[in-house]
Design a protein around this ligand. Structure first.
Ligand code: AMP
Length: 364
């Protein structure tokens, strides 16, 4: 079974690392010459909309998936009409545009922050009184890791924020004074079987995920499972999906979803019976899904921009290092470490040590 992946970054790399033991082979379509997944399969080097490469991918792969959601619509359309593509193109189309995404979530009665589409500074100025300050302005498309967004503190911020976005279509969103940020990762296979991972509690800095901790037995688990099931079923989804939430008054409010394996689920490589990467591959190849049960206590810490001294990371008992083989660069996720322990105390101890190492080398 050969899996075609659009993208050859760390998510593609971790999918391949999970699939190779199952006898799967991989082919990556990736524009960057130095794709960190490339050593684990064939690398089709070129643009996502290159017709020759897409035809090659269709010919060589049994099923196509992707590691990021900003796949050009024409690419998704071409692939869908020529081969099996999971998750479905509709999930991509919805997740690519924050306004369409929020409309979709609200249509399913999945609560979100109040929002409005704005296409000009005049429209932004006009809607602001109904939001109040602070609020957040976000580009509708192409935003990730906090890029393409600005916090609006007063009316004096509007012109500048609009200029930063370079006038692209945007949404303005109420600022949510959340108690926590959590996400749920779920997988749905081609036979419509669904499994859920335990919630993950996520901490961001400068819009980039820093730590994600598995929360077995969280009181919001059942609510999160119910909400994500609505989304999976409405999209007739196949694969892994992550739904991110703000927790407000101990209730879940959706921020966004990712139609792919997700950074907040990297702890599942060591911390769950079967990882999100393997379950994604099982889902898209019509295999039975594996157990998502947690194994001990686990958390993951991202290394941004630079890697700490490997010896220091590995001196921490139970730390597993996942280096993506990427060149260090400001703001770039280049590795993560996962901790899996027998006790909650040992986990907290390890998290503090790893956070300290990550902070020393942090270049975000
Ligand atoms: P996003 O790219 O929308 O996931 O935003 C990145 C991070 O910015 C989130 O994980 C939050 O920490 C923060 N953020 C985004 N939207 C809001 C909001 N409406 N209220 C408060 N914080 C937010």
């Amino acid at each position: 079974m050969k899996i075609g992946i659009l993208g050859g970054g760390q998510l593609a790399r971790m999918m391949a690392l999970a699939g190779i033991p199952l006898g799967m082979e991989f082919i990556f379509l990736e524009p960057a010459a130095e794709a960190c997944a490339a050593g684990l399969g064939e690398h089709l080097h070129g643009d996502y909309n290159d017709p020759t490469l897409l035809a090659e991918l269709v010919k060589r792969a049994d099923v196509v998936t992707y590691e990021f959601e900003n796949v050009p619509a024409a690419t998704a359309e071409f692939l869908t009409s020529h081969t099996l593509v999971f998750p479905p193109a509709e999930a991509l189309a919805v997740a690519q545009d924050r306004w369409i995404e929020k409309n979709f979530l609200n249509h399913l009665a999945i609560p979100t922050p109040a929002y409005a589409a704005v296409n000009s500074l005049a429209e932004l100025t006009q809607v602001m009184p109904s939001f109040g300050y602070p609020a957040i302005l976000k580009s509708r498309t192409q935003g990730y890791d906090g890029k393409g967004q600005s916090v609006l503190h007063t009316e004096h911020d509007l012109a500048n924020a609009w200029q930063i976005l370079k006038g692209v279509p945007a949404i303005v969103e109420a600022f949510i004074p959340f108690e926590r940020e959590v996400s749920i990762i779920a997988a749905r296979n081609r036979s419509h079987e669904i499994v859920f991972y335990p919630l993950s509690e996520n901490h961001h800095r400068k819009g980039i995920l820093r730590t994600a901790q598995c929360l077995p037995n969280d009181s919001l688990q059942a609510q999160a499972e119910e909400l994500v099931s609505r989304l999976l079923n409405a999209l007739d989804y196949v694969g892994v999906l992550a739904l991110e939430f703000f927790v407000v008054n101990n209730q879940l409010m959706a921020n966004e979803f990712a139609p792919r394996v997700h950074n907040s689920g990297h702890w599942s490589i060591e911390g769950a019976q079967i990882s999100q990467f393997e379950n994604h591959l099982r889902a898209i190849t019509d295999l039975p899904l594996g157990s998502t049960a947690p194994v001990g206590f686990s958390a993951m810490i991202n290394f941004i921009g630079a890697l700490p001294d490997i010896k220091q990371v590995l001196t921490i008992p139970n730390a597993h290092l996942h280096s993506y083989n990427k060149k260090p660069r400001k703001g770039r996720k280049i590795a993560h470490a996962c901790l899996r322990t027998f006790t909650a105390d040992a986990l907290q101890d390890g998290i503090e040590k790893l956070r300290a190492l990550a902070d020393i080398t942090d270049k975000s």
